[in-house]
Write a protein that binds this ligand. Structure first.
Ligand code: SAM
Length: 237
C-alpha cells in the first residue's frame, strides 16, 4: 500500500495494541486535514469518542462529512456509542473538550508548524491533555537522498523543516526531559529499499507512553476555545 495508508494502518495498530489496558475509549487527532484517518479510528471497537482538530476551517468544512454516519452504519448499527467532534482550532491552544483523551495522534503535522507552535504543542499535549499515549509521524530527512528531484529542499512546499533521525530524537528527548512521566519509543513507516537500510524509514514515528504510576491532574482551568465544525452521534443498536 502507499505510504500514507501504511501510516494509518501503523497508527491504528498501535492504538489497538493489547498492551493498553483498559483499551482506549477516546482519541484526539490534531491536523486531521481531510479526515482520512477517521475510518481507521472508527474500526477501533472500544473507541467511543473521537475528536478531530485542524486549523483550516475551509478544509474541515469540505471534509467533515467524512465523519458522518454512513448508510451502512444505520443498517448495521454499532454495539457501542460513537461520538465524533470535528473542531477548528490550533494545537497551540488548550480546549477544555480535549481533557481526558486517552490517546493523541499527530500524523505528518509537526513539520508544518513554526518552532514556537511546536513548543506550544508540547504544552498542549503533554502538559494539558496528558494522554496515556501520543503518536507523532514526520518525514525522515535521512531518507531524502533516495528521493529524486528534491533538490536539497523539502518534500512539500508547506514544510517548515524536515528532521533527520538525530534531530527527531533530540526533540523527543526534550519532551521526555520536560515531561518525565513520558517515555518514548521511536520507529518508522515505509521501509527503505534493500541495500539502503542505513537511511532508515521514509517516515519516522514517535510513540510517547505515560508512566502507569502517574496520575494526571484532574482539574485544569480551560475554556472551549475551538470552533465546532460538526458533531455526529453514530447510530447504536
Ligand atoms: N494528518 C493528515 C493525514 O494523515 O492525512 C495530514 C496532515 S497535513 C499534512 C497537515 C495539517 O495540519 C493541515 O491540514 C493543516 O491545516 C494542519 N495544521 C497546520 N497547523 C496547525 C495547527 N497549529 N493546529 C492544528 N492543525 C494544524
Amino acid at each position: 500500500p502507499p505510504l500514507y495508508r501504511q501510516r494509518y494502518e501503523t497508527v491504528k495498530g498501535i492504538l489497538n495494541d493489547k498492551r493498553w489496558s483498559p483499551p482506549f475509549s477516546s482519541v484526539v487527532e490534531f491536523g486531521c486535514a481531510e479526515l482520512a484517518m477517521f475510518p481507521y479510528f472508527k474500526q477501533l471497537a472500544n473507541v467511543t469518542k473521537i475528536i478531530m482538530v485542524d486549523i483550516d476551517a475551509d478544509l474541515l468544512e469540505y471534509n467533515a462529512c467524512r465523519a458522518s454516519p454512513l448508510t451502512f452504519d444505520y443498517l448495521c448499527p454499532r454495539a457501542t456509542p460513537l461520538h465524533v467532534e470535528v473542531l477548528c482550532g490550533s494545537v497551540a491552544d488548550c480546549d477544555a473538550r480535549l481533557q481526558g483523551a486517552n490517546a493523541v495522534v499527530c500524523i505528518e503535522l509537526i513539520e508544518h508548524l513554526e518552532m514556537d507552535i511546536v513548543e506550544k504543542l508540547g504544552e498542549t499535549i503533554f502538559g494539558f491533555i496528558e494522554p496515556e499515549i501520543a503518536i507523532f509521524t514526520t518525514p525522515n530527512s535521512d531518507f531524502n537522498v533516495l528521493l529524486n528531484g528534491l533538490d536539497g529542499k523539502f518534500r512539500h512546499y508547506d514544510h517548515k523543516f524536515e528532521w533527520s533521525r538525530k534531530e527527531f530524537q533530540d526533540w523527543t528527548n526534550k519532551i521526555t526531559s520536560c515531561y518525565p512521566q513520558y517515555q518514548v519509543e521511536i520507529s518508522g513507516v515505509g521501509v527503505p529499499p534493500q541495500g539502503q537500510e542505513s537511511v532508515g524509514h521514509c517516515s519516522q514515528l514517535a510513540l510517547f507512553i505515560r508512566s502507569r504510576d502517574y496520575s494526571p491532574r484532574v482539574i485544569k482551568d480551560s475554556a472551549e476555545v475551538y470552533n465546532v465544525c460538526r458533531i455526529y452521534d453514530h447510530p447504536m443498536k
